[in-house]
Write a protein that binds this ligand. Structure first.
Ligand SMILES: [Zn+2]
Length: 226
């Protein structure tokens, strides 16, 4: 009787996914997600919501939702996702009314906190450390009962490119993505229906670049908008 050779099963031995590079940033809230704190409301990228507003709100961002939306009651404290310096307070060019805050992060990115309810008390040039409170969340309609949420962007230091925060913030995104309230999924190009359909598989945004989702055969189509 011959001994069975121990041979690694090549299927089992091959990782299903490459080990991802460590993500440099933390979540913008100190508290864990939950009904009284915050949850992931809308994804980054080729979302259905951004597609429907691709010629207006999201035109400059190639028709993509160039940040993440975190649903949170007005007044929720938001914290620095990494160490850095305050770069802009209430910069008009970044919208996200009523108030916004831009940080330059030491890790080589910038981050925008949008729809804050109050002007940040921080000053341009001031240093912030990861976890430090930098603002107070608000509502994009300014009411606190319409759409209370934090819009968070991660950009290149020159602000010209926005990246998918899911790939840069260390969190359990698989679980967080199960709950979104205003998440209607990702717009489909029926000529290439598998492109950009996952929260962690979305294109970078080049501000001022051409629309990426002006599809000839989109689903849902524009007439489907409700
Ligand atoms: Zn947003």
């Amino acid at each position: 009787m011959t001994a069975l050779a121990v041979v690694a099963n090549p299927i089992v031995a091959t990782p299903l996914r490459q080990a991802a590079a460590p993500k440099p940033f933390g979540l913008p809230f100190a508290d864990p997600p939950g009904p009284g704190t915050w949850y992931l409301g809308g994804g980054y990228g080729n979302t259905v919501g951004a597609f429907f507003q691709r010629d207006t709100t999201y035109r400059a961002g190639q028709g993509l939702h160039f940040g993440l939306d975190f649903a949170a009651p007005c007044g929720t404290l938001v914290i620095a996702i990494g160490d850095g310096v305050v770069a802009k307070v209430d910069a008009k060019e970044h919208g996200s009314a009523p108030h916004n805050l831009m940080l330059q992060l030491d890790a080589g990115y910038a981050t925008l906190y949008g729809h804050l309810s109050e002007r940040s008390t921080l000053n341009v040039g001031e240093r912030v450390t990861k976890g430090q409170v930098v603002g107070v969340s608000g509502d994009s309609f300014g009411t606190c009962h319409s759409a209370p949420h934090l819009h968070l962007e991660i950009r290149s230091p020159d602000y010209l490119t926005a990246y998918n925060p899911i790939n840069l913030i260390d969190a359990d995104w698989d679980t967080l993505a199960l709950v979104g309230a205003f998440q209607r999924g990702f717009e489909r190009d029926l000529d290439d229906p598998r492109q950009w359909q996952y929260p962690d598989d979305q294109p970078d945004t080049q501000f001022g670049g051409p629309l990426l989702n002006n599809y000839k055969n989109p689903w849902p189509p524009d007439w489907y908008r409700r």
